[in-house]
Design a binder for this molecule. Structure first.
Ligand code: ATP
Ligand code: ZN
Length: 287
């Protein structure tokens, strides 16, 4: 009998496309994603990939056209579809924020009462305003929300922001965060057992890639009299590996460190007398 493939929907072209495809490939899944392709079958993993507009992904997954999908939490929150989130993916980080023209005298969200707010996320914004007891006019537009105030279409906007540079160039000031978002893996309800097994394998690999991305492999040479102090700086998964060097009085120390502590740790290692420090990226990390 022909084994079934798990079907995954990813964004066809946009901010999430490259990272979604890159994540699958780093999970050891090879497929052709040449431009214009709508669908591709992986060669070495039972996965079929559909390339779609991100807004359509929650619905395709809810309807079972795709079994799983990679999509921004913001799109998921707006779609209100009956799907389950199974894993955060660590990319596509942004926030949905309210912004007003620099000339707008803004003290609190109450200042938006009776104002016109342009957004592509009317449902998420509607819930946020309701929660804050504010009644405003929501104008739904599908793109270039940031220009709405300058053309007189709205008094404020609710749009996705990462660095804030788009707001800045449009003379807007961020005043409230409505929600924070990153790309997530979603699945449809009642996934058949054989497909669920494939999903578990995929999630296992995704977790290994995510863990690897958050960590670095570090190697260094340490004078033996400083070894104890140096080891104390390095956390390691269990504890650092220590091996004698050919040169007497020196050891080679290997460990794994978190990317966030990276510069601080390297600095203290140098101060303690470590030499020949090498830092390598990790492809996969299985705990
Ligand atoms: P599509 O053609 O698929 O509908 P789109 O134009 O709606 O694409 P993109 O701009 O490609 O969407 O953004 C896709 C997702 O990327 C967003 O929904 C959001 O989750 C995420 N994202 C991350 N950073 C940003 C940002 N600075 N601005 C907009 N979206 C961002
Ligand atoms: Zn979209």
């Amino acid at each position: 009998m022909n084994k079934q493939n798990l079907k995954i929907a990813v964004q066809k072209s946009g901010r999430l496309s490259e990272d979604s495809i890159d994540l699958l490939k780093t999970c050891g899944i090879s497929f052709n994603n040449g431009s214009g392709k709508l669908k591709s079958v992986a060669q070495d993993f039972p996965l079929e990939i559909f390339f779609l507009r991100d807004d359509d992904i929650p619905e395709y997954v809810a309807d079972g056209v795709a079994d799983i999908g990679m999509v921004g939490e913001n799109v998921l929150a707006e779609a209100e579809k009956d799907v389950e989130m199974c894993e955060r993916l660590g990319f596509g980080k942004c926030r949905l924020a309210l912004a007003v023209p620099k000339s707008f005298e803004y003290q609190s969200i109450k200042n938006l009462s009776g104002k016109r707010v342009a957004t592509s996320y009317p449902k998420v914004l509607g819930r946020f305003l309701e929660k804050n007891d504010v009644t405003a006019e929501i104008h739904t537009i599908s793109g270039s929300v940031e220009i709405a105030p300058s053309i007189g279409l709205a008094d404020a906007v609710c749009d996705l922001v990462s660095s804030g540079s788009t707001l800045f160039t449009n003379n807007l000031r961020e005043v409230e965060v409505v929600m924070t978002s990153e790309a997530v893996l979603i699945q449809r309800k009642n996934l058949a057992a054989d497909l669920h097994t494939i999903l578990e394998k995929l999630v296992f690999r995704i977790r290994a890639v995510k863990a690897a991305r958050q960590n670095k492999y570090i190697l260094l040479n340490a004078p033996n009299e400083k070894l104890e102090e140096i080891i104390n700086i390095l956390p390691g998964i269990k504890s650092p590996t220590v091996m004698p060097l050919a040169e007497t009085g020196w050891s080679s120390v290997h460990s794994v460190i978190n990317e966030n502590d990276f510069w601080e740790i390297v600095e203290s290692l140098k101060n303690k007398g470590a030499e020949g420090i090498l830092v390598l990226s990790i492809d996969q990390m299985i705990s």
